[in-house]
Design a binder for this molecule. Structure first.
Ligand SMILES: Cc1ncc(COP(=O)(O)O)c(C=O)c1O
Length: 391
């Protein structure tokens, strides 16, 4: 069978590959501490589980509208008002099969062959793969600790060409858990808007970010760029990875194209998941989300302290999500070697920087602290023994 050039060009997602190796070790009776996959160990909030059971009462659960259940689109729009102080019309909300499908739909709606899309390095790998599948060329802009491993307006300006059509930012980022400061993101969006380019801001970890000194949550990019495309999901904040439900908020002009594409690509996102997800936006479930955000911050402190003690520096401490990106340069191993040996010799699954770009690919490793405190303590202890044996 002839496999398309497009499919052949897609790289594997190494986090998943290391996850598979970890599963194989476990199948052979080893106990592995899995800090490689960005999946919260808490499931959906209890009220959402109850709602799901209720929905499974034998009713037909037919397709919903391609853009999503109207009640869910309204609930999401209200959430922007309540949580982020931005007015979003429900007609601009598109409910999707995870943020992943929102990224696919947005790329399908926006990208033509030959377009250039600016993305920071390191960054979430699937974004690159998705826009390249639609024929775009990705301008991967190296970032450093000085800009929190994120794009800034100066680097976006410097990488701009006459073919640049869009900029993609995830804030907080996967793999670093670091955010673009609000003023900087506003400047990036302004620059791109003035040049007629689209801005896609992936806010999947926004609600898992630290609050400011006055206890205020970070703002959605929509508060300073109402025409940005903003992507989000039920996967992380609500702990619903396997439910495959997410959304994006798009400018009015993009809605018809998104609807046509959604009708053809997916028909709709999972109907039972959509019905149950209505219970995410109750005060009870939002309180669960907030407690988890605080819990993640505590786990982060434990991990940062542990990595510091065992000699694995974290150049920029995260301010959200559940990742730290640490530097293995001083160990004399590449990040790939470090991850392979940490898995085989210490039974700890991590993700090498190669997943996230080229610039820090060999020197940095991502650790996901979306695991229980006990697992994190065990993982750090094992890495400590591994580091001691290395030196
Ligand atoms: C930055 C970012 N965007 C999008 C996704 C996709 O999330 P999902 O499709 O589960 O909503 C992930 C998953 O890890 C991610 O880290």
């Amino acid at each position: 069978m002839r496999i398309s050039r497009r499919a052949q060009a897609v790289s594997p997602f190494y986090a998943m590959e290391f996850g598979k190796q970890a599963a194989a070790l476990e199948a052979r009776g080893h106990r592995v501490v899995k800090l490689s996959i960005g999946e919260p160990d808490f499931g959906a909030p209890p009220a959402v589980l109850t709602a799901m059971r209720e929905v499974m009462d034998g009713r037909p659960l037919t397709y919903t509208a391609a853009l999503g259940l109207p009640a869910l689109r309204q609930a999401i729009a209200r959430f922007y008002g309540d949580r982020h102080g931005v007015d979003v019309d429900p007609s601009r909300v598109v409910v999707t099969a995870g943020a992943s499908a929102a990224l696919v739909l947005a790329a399908a709606a926006l990208v033509d062959p030959g377009d250039e899309v600016v993305i920071g390095d390191p960054s979430y790998p699937c974004n690159r793969q998705i826009v390249e599948s639609f024929g775009a060329r990705v301008t991967l802009v190296p970032t450093t600790a000085e800009t929190r491993f994120q794009l800034d307006a100066a680097s976006v300006r410097a990488s701009w060409t006459e073919n640049t059509r869009g900029v993609m930012v995830a804030t907080p980022s996967n793999p670093t858990g670091t955010s673009v400061p609000a003023e900087e993101l506003a400047a990036i969006c302004r620059l791109a808007r003035e040049r007629g380019a689209w801005r896609l801001i992936d806010e999947i970890y926004l609600d898992l970010s630290d609050h400011d000194d006055r206890g205020r949550p970070p703002r959605s990019a929509l508060s300073y760029d109402p025409d940005a495309i903003v992507v989000n999901s039920f996967s992380k904040y609500f702990g619903m990875t396997g439910w495959r439900l997410g959304w994006c908020v798009v400018p009015d002009a993009l809605v018809p194209a998104m609807e046509r594409l959604a009708q053809n690509y997916f028909l709709c996102a999972s109907a039972p998941a959509q019905h149950a997800a209505l219970a995410c936006f109750t005060p009870e479930s939002l309180a669960v989300g907030e407690a988890r955000r605080v819990e993640f911050a505590q786990r982060r402190a434990l991990v940062l302290d542990g990595l510091d003690r065992i000699g694995l520096p974290v150049p920029v401490p995260p301010d959200g999500a559940f990742y730290v990106y640490f530097d293995v340069g001083r160990t004399g191993l590449t990040s790939w070697e470090f991850c392979e040996r940490a898995l085989q010799e210490a039974g700890v699954a991590l993700t090498p920087g190669r997943d996230f770009g080229t610039h820090t690919a060999d020197t940095h490793v991502r650790l996901s602290y979306a695991a229980s405190t006990d697992e994190l303590r065990e993982g750090i202890a094992r890495l400590g023994t591994f580091m001691a044996a290395l030196t």
